[in-house]
Design a protein around this ligand. Structure first.
Ligand SMILES: C[C@H](CCC(=O)NCCS(=O)(=O)O)[C@H]1CC[C@H]2[C@@H]3CC[C@@H]4C[C@H](O)CC[C@]4(C)[C@H]3C[C@H](O)[C@]12C
Length: 324
């Protein structure tokens, strides 16, 4: 399970929880403009916008899980098991393999509006990066400072939804996730009036009674509701530290602690990393399950005209600030 969020204060922030039971040794990776992304069915992206994000590196190619480009467009892939359908090659379309999708969009689009145009011709094809990797069953959120969309490869075609709440989790399909929010329209950050039975003397015995019924379980539909509520009610100052802290608190509301989601064979799904991009400055902050200190990587401090990516292994050991 995973949760991605798009959030605005003075700047725009984007990021995700990466929840899974194992990792492909993902790293923090900057890909400059002239790194050649070879595409399976289309001509290579020789010059493209620079990317910062989290990627697993196979055969010297960064395969991005999530990234932001130098113009502030962000994109993240989240599991969409059982729903994602990838097609055969269609000679009339731009055939893109799922593992190429993030560099394909972020390498060429400055905004969601530009991404919508490219997406009109995209056919996501059933091609794996290599024989020993699966075709990842994913759907994607694409966000800039003005809007978010969700892209779902369904059996009856590629669906592009507006995402008015700036959140994506996993199953079911995004239209159903949005519909489910109707069930929670009565929830509030404020103390509710007694509309239940005005003749009964109902006490406000606790703060937070307006949130009673907000789900706290780990299912993707519950995380969608919880993250949407938390984001929608977030209060924070406009500066970078406040915004980044608040962003990680939003993600923390749907984080998964190891042990609570048993996937068998003594393996557990947990929040392996959480990250937050300031999409306007190109700085990515991350923390990992075992290291709660924030680590930052700044896109603009790399040589963006180079043809070589730079990769930094995630710092996974706890960083403790000892006072004595
Ligand atoms: C498993 C992850 C989703 C996490 C998530 O959503 N967990 C909820 C699980 S659940 O919904 O609860 O079941 C996804 C997200 C991004 C993916 C990589 C994308 C690049 C590359 C694409 C290639 O084709 C296959 C290998 C590859 C490295 C991919 C491996 C894996 O697929 C990754 C890590």
């Amino acid at each position: 399970m995973c949760t991605a969020v798009s959030f605005k204060t003075k700047d725009h922030y984007f990021g995700r929880n990466f929840d899974f039971d194992f990792s492909y040794s993902e790293q923090a990776v900057i890909t400059p403009r002239e790194f050649e992304f070879k595409l399976r069915e289309l001509s290579a992206l020789k010059k493209h916008y620079a990317l910062v994000g989290i990627a697993a590196i196979f055969d010297d190619v960064p395969l991005y899980y999530d990234a932001v480009n130098e113009y502030g467009l962000g994109m993240a892939g989240l599991n969409f098991e059982g729903n994602a359908v990838f097609n055969e090659i269609d000679p009339n379309m731009d055939n893109v393999a799922p593992y190429e999708f993030i560099p394909y969009i972020l390498g060429q689009c400055k905004t969601v509006a530009e991404a919508r145009v490219l997406l009109e011709k995209v056919n996501l094809v059933n091609l794996a990066f290599s024989d020993n990797l699966p075709v990842a069953s994913l759907h994607w959120i694409i966000a800039d400072k003005d809007e978010s969309i969700v892209v779902e490869p369904l059996a009856d075609g590629l669906k592009i939804y507006d995402d008015p709440v700036g959140v994506l989790t996993n199953n079911p399909t995004f239209d159903r996730q949005l519909f489910n929010l109707n069930n929670y329209r009565g929830l509030s950050a404020k103390t509710p009036e007694n509309t239940f039975d005005p003749n009964a003397d109902l006490d406000v015995y606790s703060r937070g009674m307006g949130t009673l019924g907000l789900p706290g379980d780990l299912t993707s539909s519950s995380r969608f509701v919880k993250a949407t509520f938390t984001r929608a009610h977030s209060v924070c100052d406009d500066d970078e530290n406040s915004s980044v802290s608040q962003f990680f608190h939003i993600l923390g509301s749907v984080a998964q602690q190891k042990g609570c989601c048993d996937v068998g064979n003594d393996e557990y799904e947990y929040t392996i990393y959480s990250n937050c991009y300031n999409t306007e400055t190109g700085v990515m902050y991350y923390r990992t399950y075992y290291n709660s200190q924030l680590t930052a990587l700044d896109l603009r401090k790399a040589d963006l005209d180079s043809d070589k990516y730079v990769a930094f292994p995630l710092i996974e050991t706890q960083q403790i600030n000892h006072l004595n």
